[in-house]
Design a protein around this ligand. Sequence first.
Ligand code: CU
Length: 169
Amino acid sequence: MGSAALVLFLVACGDDGGSSSGGTGGEAGMGGMGGMGGMASTTVATGTGGDVGTGGAPGTGGSSGSGETMVNGCTLATAEDKTGTNPTLAWDFGHQSCIVVSVGASVTWDGSQSTHPLVGGESPTVDPSSVIGTAIANGNSAVVTFDAPGAYPYFCSSHTNMMGVVYVQ
Ligand SMILES: [Cu+2]
Protein backbone atom coordinates (compact mmCIF):
# COMPACT_ATOMS: atom_id res chain seq x y z
CA MET A 1 0.00 0.00 0.00
CA GLY A 2 2.86 2.37 0.88
CA SER A 3 4.75 1.68 -2.36
CA ALA A 4 1.73 2.11 -4.55
CA ALA A 5 1.02 5.42 -2.92
CA LEU A 6 4.60 6.54 -3.52
CA VAL A 7 4.47 5.58 -7.19
CA LEU A 8 1.23 7.38 -7.69
CA PHE A 9 2.79 10.38 -5.96
CA LEU A 10 5.84 10.33 -8.22
CA VAL A 11 3.71 9.91 -11.34
CA ALA A 12 1.55 12.73 -10.22
CA CYS A 13 4.60 14.87 -9.52
CA GLY A 14 6.06 13.99 -12.91
CA ASP A 15 2.88 14.91 -14.73
CA ASP A 16 2.56 18.16 -12.89
CA GLY A 17 6.20 19.01 -13.39
CA GLY A 18 6.04 18.36 -17.11
CA SER A 19 2.92 20.34 -17.58
CA SER A 20 4.07 23.31 -15.59
CA SER A 21 7.52 23.35 -17.20
CA GLY A 22 6.07 23.38 -20.69
CA GLY A 23 3.56 25.97 -19.77
CA THR A 24 6.11 28.19 -18.08
CA GLY A 25 8.43 27.96 -21.05
CA GLY A 26 5.72 29.02 -23.43
CA GLU A 27 4.67 31.89 -21.29
CA ALA A 28 8.23 33.09 -20.89
CA GLY A 29 8.66 33.16 -24.65
CA MET A 30 5.49 35.10 -25.17
CA GLY A 31 6.43 37.43 -22.39
CA GLY A 32 9.72 38.21 -24.08
CA MET A 33 8.05 39.18 -27.31
CA GLY A 34 5.55 41.23 -25.44
CA GLY A 35 8.39 43.02 -23.70
CA MET A 36 9.94 44.02 -27.02
CA GLY A 37 6.61 45.26 -28.23
CA GLY A 38 6.25 47.25 -25.09
CA MET A 39 9.59 48.97 -25.61
CA ALA A 40 8.65 49.94 -29.15
CA SER A 41 5.37 51.37 -27.92
CA THR A 42 7.15 53.31 -25.20
CA THR A 43 9.43 54.93 -27.77
CA VAL A 44 6.47 56.04 -29.88
CA ALA A 45 4.65 57.32 -26.83
CA THR A 46 7.66 59.45 -25.89
CA GLY A 47 7.60 61.03 -29.34
CA THR A 48 3.92 61.82 -28.97
CA GLY A 49 4.63 63.44 -25.65
CA GLY A 50 6.97 65.83 -27.41
CA ASP A 51 4.19 66.84 -29.77
CA VAL A 52 1.94 67.64 -26.85
CA GLY A 53 4.61 69.93 -25.48
CA THR A 54 4.75 71.76 -28.81
CA GLY A 55 0.99 72.10 -28.66
CA GLY A 56 1.42 74.23 -25.56
CA ALA A 57 3.04 77.00 -27.59
CA PRO A 58 -0.19 78.05 -29.36
CA GLY A 59 -1.68 78.53 -25.90
CA THR A 60 0.78 81.36 -25.39
CA GLY A 61 -0.41 82.87 -28.63
CA GLY A 62 -3.91 82.78 -27.24
CA SER A 63 -2.92 84.98 -24.34
CA SER A 64 -1.76 87.65 -26.77
CA GLY A 65 -5.39 87.72 -27.91
CA SER A 66 -6.24 89.42 -24.62
CA GLY A 67 -5.06 92.65 -26.22
CA GLU A 68 -8.66 93.46 -27.19
CA THR A 69 -9.26 95.35 -30.41
CA MET A 70 -11.53 98.37 -30.26
CA VAL A 71 -14.48 98.12 -32.64
CA ASN A 72 -16.88 101.01 -33.23
CA GLY A 73 -15.40 102.68 -30.16
CA CYS A 74 -16.08 99.64 -27.98
CA THR A 75 -14.27 96.84 -26.19
CA LEU A 76 -15.91 94.03 -24.28
CA ALA A 77 -14.00 95.06 -21.14
CA THR A 78 -15.58 98.52 -21.10
CA ALA A 79 -19.07 97.56 -22.32
CA GLU A 80 -22.06 98.19 -20.07
CA ASP A 81 -23.54 95.06 -18.50
CA LYS A 82 -27.16 94.66 -19.64
CA THR A 83 -27.30 90.89 -19.23
CA GLY A 84 -30.66 89.50 -18.21
CA THR A 85 -32.53 92.45 -19.80
CA ASN A 86 -33.97 93.48 -23.17
CA PRO A 87 -32.48 96.97 -23.34
CA THR A 88 -33.70 99.97 -25.35
CA LEU A 89 -31.10 102.30 -26.78
CA ALA A 90 -31.75 105.93 -27.70
CA TRP A 91 -31.07 106.04 -31.44
CA ASP A 92 -30.27 109.62 -32.41
CA PHE A 93 -27.42 111.93 -33.40
CA GLY A 94 -24.28 111.30 -31.37
CA HIS A 95 -25.28 107.76 -30.44
CA GLN A 96 -22.44 105.70 -28.96
CA SER A 97 -23.19 102.54 -27.00
CA CYS A 98 -21.31 99.41 -25.96
CA ILE A 99 -23.45 96.84 -24.15
CA VAL A 100 -23.38 93.20 -23.06
CA VAL A 101 -26.61 91.19 -23.27
CA SER A 102 -27.58 87.57 -22.72
CA VAL A 103 -28.19 85.08 -25.53
CA GLY A 104 -31.83 85.39 -26.56
CA ALA A 105 -32.11 89.07 -25.60
CA SER A 106 -33.88 91.61 -27.81
CA VAL A 107 -32.34 95.05 -28.26
CA THR A 108 -34.46 98.00 -29.38
CA TRP A 109 -32.99 101.03 -31.12
CA ASP A 110 -35.50 103.75 -30.33
CA GLY A 111 -35.31 106.35 -33.10
CA SER A 112 -36.28 107.09 -36.69
CA GLN A 113 -35.16 104.45 -39.13
CA SER A 114 -35.67 106.77 -42.08
CA THR A 115 -33.36 109.41 -40.59
CA HIS A 116 -30.98 106.86 -39.04
CA PRO A 117 -30.97 103.55 -40.95
CA LEU A 118 -29.54 100.87 -38.63
CA VAL A 119 -26.99 98.57 -40.29
CA GLY A 120 -24.60 95.92 -39.02
CA GLY A 121 -20.83 96.13 -39.39
CA GLU A 122 -17.73 98.06 -38.39
CA SER A 123 -18.42 101.67 -39.33
CA PRO A 124 -18.41 102.66 -42.13
CA THR A 125 -18.38 99.18 -43.73
CA VAL A 126 -21.73 97.42 -43.89
CA ASP A 127 -21.66 93.71 -43.02
CA PRO A 128 -24.57 92.25 -44.99
CA SER A 129 -24.30 88.96 -43.07
CA SER A 130 -24.94 90.63 -39.71
CA VAL A 131 -28.18 89.69 -37.94
CA ILE A 132 -28.61 93.44 -37.40
CA GLY A 133 -29.16 93.72 -41.13
CA THR A 134 -32.42 91.85 -40.59
CA ALA A 135 -33.66 94.26 -37.93
CA ILE A 136 -37.43 94.54 -37.63
CA ALA A 137 -37.89 98.25 -38.31
CA ASN A 138 -41.26 99.97 -37.85
CA GLY A 139 -40.20 103.50 -38.76
CA ASN A 140 -39.65 104.75 -35.22
CA SER A 141 -37.51 101.94 -33.92
CA ALA A 142 -35.70 98.75 -34.82
CA VAL A 143 -35.59 95.51 -32.84
CA VAL A 144 -33.06 92.70 -33.10
CA THR A 145 -33.11 89.41 -31.18
CA PHE A 146 -29.70 87.87 -30.63
CA ASP A 147 -29.79 84.07 -30.59
CA ALA A 148 -26.05 83.37 -30.74
CA PRO A 149 -23.09 84.60 -28.71
CA GLY A 150 -20.67 86.99 -30.37
CA ALA A 151 -19.84 90.64 -30.97
CA TYR A 152 -22.31 92.54 -33.16
CA PRO A 153 -21.09 95.96 -34.30
CA TYR A 154 -23.60 98.39 -35.81
CA PHE A 155 -23.86 101.96 -37.03
CA CYS A 156 -26.08 104.43 -38.84
CA SER A 157 -25.61 104.33 -42.58
CA SER A 158 -26.40 108.07 -42.85
CA HIS A 159 -24.18 109.21 -39.95
CA THR A 160 -21.34 106.77 -39.52
CA ASN A 161 -20.28 108.26 -36.17
CA MET A 162 -23.51 106.85 -34.70
CA MET A 163 -22.24 103.43 -33.73
CA GLY A 164 -21.72 100.80 -31.10
CA VAL A 165 -21.41 97.09 -30.39
CA VAL A 166 -23.79 94.59 -28.83
CA TYR A 167 -21.81 91.80 -27.13
CA VAL A 168 -23.91 88.69 -26.68
CA GLN A 169 -22.90 86.16 -24.02
CU1 CU B 1 -28.03 108.63 -38.24
